[in-house]
Design a protein around this ligand. Structure first.
Ligand code: SF4
Length: 367
């Protein structure tokens, strides 16, 4: 069966993290039920939707919904959307809003994977990131997921936060490992212009993350997470064998997916489109929420394929790259190899750790 994913965006959060560029609605508990009804209306209006091999309920903070409401949403989505047997069903969760009861209800509704936004295990770093939970709550969330019988638990970490020391980052990775998740994501902090951090940088009140600091912390993550039962399968993601995120692999392989909810993106038949970010407009008519679309031509599609594929640690076939791009990239690849950015093994090109840090540059050199 070919893979197809459904992404469902639940935008509600208890507060706004200053680095966050997602479509987020703070508070508005009065809107939760109505928004869930709108999601179901939008799901019902999907035409000729293929059987989904993954359902990802992200945010925002899906666990900001009350446990019965989240359960009801998942059950109604499953009743409306065709879902394959054994589909990966993920819910994103923030430690401050995770309860054992909530995760048990989610598991009973079919959730088999939970992605917990721990971000750090250092109190000072959590404060700097504007997170409202403690390290202990993140650990408790993992335990609650296990107690609920959820067999696939992922932890998200962020490195390069303001004031974060090497020791704090090392401790965060070690604490994450001690919790024994099946999957770990580690992303460097990026500053987006429209966020409070972006505005602070623009007015000179805060520094951009230091590139050398980010590189050193990424290397620490690679050294600590590679091995130890985890496989580095994407630049920023590690998993125990068989626990790679099936849904996210769709994004990295130009797979097709439907997005529901504000700001959700869809991709089918070579066209990408996205919904409005405006909650009011979405609630007015969720079946007519499209805000824009984009169709890549063959060359753009081939270039996008290469830039996404480069992120996967399994590497890129030079023959396939040549076939898609319509030209040989071996000479450019050999130059990157000489610069220590990739390794070449027969037909296969793989980024080195240094190359992963400079993935965009390497891709541009190949293009
Ligand atoms: S919890 Fe996540 S989605 Fe919500 S504001 Fe913070 S970073 Fe953004």
């Amino acid at each position: 069966m070919s893979r197809f994913g459904v992404y469902v965006h639940v935008p509600f959060c208890s507060s706004l993290c200053p680095y966050c560029d997602f479509a987020v609605v703070v508070g508005r508990g009065d809107m939760h039920e109505r928004y869930c009804d709108a999601l179901i209306d939008e799901a019902r209006a999907q035409r000729d939707i293929p059987v989904a091999t993954s359902l990802f309920i992200g945010g925002g903070t899906p666990t900001a919904l009350s446990p019965p409401l989240l359960r009801d949403l998942i059950e109604r989505l499953r009743a409306v959307l065709p879902l394959a047997d054994g589909a990966e069903v993920t819910v994103e969760a923030n430690p401050e809003s995770v309860t054992a009861t909530g995760l048990r209800e989610a598991a009973e509704a079919g959730v088999n994977r939970v992605s917990i936004g721990a971000q750090s295990f250092a109190p000072q770093v959590l404060r700097a990131l504007g997170r409202t939970h403690s390290a202990e709550q993140a650990a408790n969330a993992v335990a609650a997921a296990r107690a609920a019988g959820i067999g696939n638990v992922s932890l998200d970490l962020i490195y390069g936060s303001p004031g974060e020391t090497m020791e704090e980052w090392t401790t965060s990775v070690r604490r994450a490992l001690e919790e024994g998740p099946d999957h770990i994501s580690a992303y460097g902090l990026t500053i987006e212009a429209a966020t409070p951090f972006g505005k602070a940088v623009a007015r000179g009140a805060m520094d951009e993350p230091d590139q050398d600091d980010l590189a050193a912390k990424y290397e620490i993550a690679c050294a600590m997470l590679d091995g130890d039962g985890y496989r580095h399968y994407e630049i920023s993601n590690w998993a125990r064998p068989g626990f790679e995120s099936r849904h996210n692999i769709l994004y990295w392989t130009q797979g097709e997916y439907a997005g529901l909810g504000i700001a959700a993106h869809s991709h089918r038949d070579g066209v990408r489109w996205w919904n409005t970010r405006a909650l009011g407009r979405y609630l007015e008519d969720p079946t007519n929420a499209r805000d824009g679309s984009d169709a890549l031509d063959d060359r753009e599609r081939a270039e996008e394929w290469l830039s996404l594929r480069m992120r996967l640690i399994d590497g890129v076939s030079l023959d396939e790259a040549a076939a898609r791009l319509g030209r040989d990239v071996r000479l450019a690849a050999e130059a990157c190899e000489a610069a220590g950015l990739i390794t070449l093994e027969g037909d296969l090109l793989r980024l080195t750790t240094r190359g992963m840090l400079l993935e965009n540059d390497v891709t541009l050199r190949l293009l």
